[in-house]
Design a protein around this ligand. Sequence first.
Ligand SMILES: C[S@@+](CC[C@H](N)C(=O)[O-])C[C@H]1O[C@@H](n2cnc3c(N)ncnc32)[C@H](O)[C@@H]1O
Length: 85
Amino acid sequence: MAEHRRALLAGLTGTVLEIGAGNGLDFGLCPATVTRVVAVEPEPRLRGLARTTATQTPVLIEVIGGPAECLSAADGAVDAVVASQ
Ligand SMILES: C[S@@+](CC[C@H](N)C(=O)[O-])C[C@H]1O[C@@H](n2cnc3c(N)ncnc32)[C@H](O)[C@@H]1O
């Protein structure tokens, strides 16, 4: 599955918004061209695991709570949006 995830993330650059990050499995698979990840995860236990994963990943990652529907972001605030299952 890691190769499928890498293929999903290949070519991304700059700031990436990840919807439903789960435990943060994708964080370490982002290419080096990704400089920042904003990860939204509504489930508290998974959000805690994602925050732990974030501390073990070289890219700057901010894990925030709440459903994606409640996000507010200005136009152009992110370079790509990712969702994986
Ligand atoms: C199948 S999991 C996938 C997790 C991760 N993306 C992965 O590939 O391992 C779906 C995730 O989406 C989250 N989720 C569900 N509804 C959501 C919503 N409205 N906004 C953001 N995330 C949501 C769930 O809490 C769960 O962590």
